[in-house]
Design a protein around this ligand. Structure first.
Ligand code: URA
Length: 201
């Protein structure tokens, strides 16, 4: 375990210098995953947002707050989860003083896959939960993911590991009204509970 933790640290250092795709040019820094080696659950988001880019940590902005609430409701300790993203740099478009989020394309996601593969091989989670479509595409290698069809069930990932797909917390924030956001949030909690159960079995 100690050896794997040290290797993970070295991998994070290598990733900090990553120029495999052009996204590093407009980002503050690489946002590598965080959490313990041996974590039972690995959660994979899309890419860091504005606040994650500045802080250098995944899921610390508004989507992270939703995820934290959902984890607490599902009885999952964030400290015991390995949290990472499909793409390690914040893809954005400057608009005045703001930086608008742009979805990573297939090339960027594929080129960045090398880092998640290393994280998976060192963390060795029992279950990998993709948060949203980009992470699900990256982990399954499939071009089309219909979230409403895939969520809430177990998937076999190409490397034989168990995976699941859940709604991305940002998608919940973008839902049009309070009722939809409430329903989206309870579904996420339900999926996190299932992930917890599966990761322990
Ligand atoms: N959205 C993500 O997908 N990942 C983060 O780290 C933050 C927001």
């Amino acid at each position: 375990m100690k050896g794997r933790a040290a290797q993970l640290k070295r991998t994070a250092k290598e990733a900090a210098a990553c120029t495999r795709c052009p996204l590093y040019r407009h980002a503050t820094q690489t946002v590598f995953g965080e959490g313990p080696v041996g974590a039972a659950i690995m959660m994979v988001g899309e890419q860091p947002g504005d606040q994650e880019d500045r802080a250098g940590r995944p899921f610390v902005g508004p989507a992270g707050k939703v995820l934290d609430r959902a984890l607490a409701a599902a009885g999952i300790d964030r400290e015991k989860v390995y949290l990472t993203n499909a793409v390690k740099h914040f893809k954005n478009e400057p608009r005045g003083k703001k930086r608008l989020h742009k979805r990573p394309n297939r090339y960027e996601t594929e080129v960045c896959k090398v880092w998640i593969d290393k994280e998976i091989s060192l963390v060795r989670p029992q279950l990998i939960l993709a948060l949203g479509v980009t992470a699900a595409q990256s982990l399954t290698g499939r071009r089309t993911i219909v979230l409403s069809r895939e969520r809430g069930r177990v998937l076999e990932l190409p490397d034989g590991r168990r995976g699941m797909v859940a709604t991305h917390p940002s998608a919940i924030l973008r839902m049009p009204d309070e009722a939809a956001r409430r329903a989206g949030f309870s579904t996420l909690v339900k999926d996190l509970r299932m992930a917890k159960q599966l990761s322990a079995s």
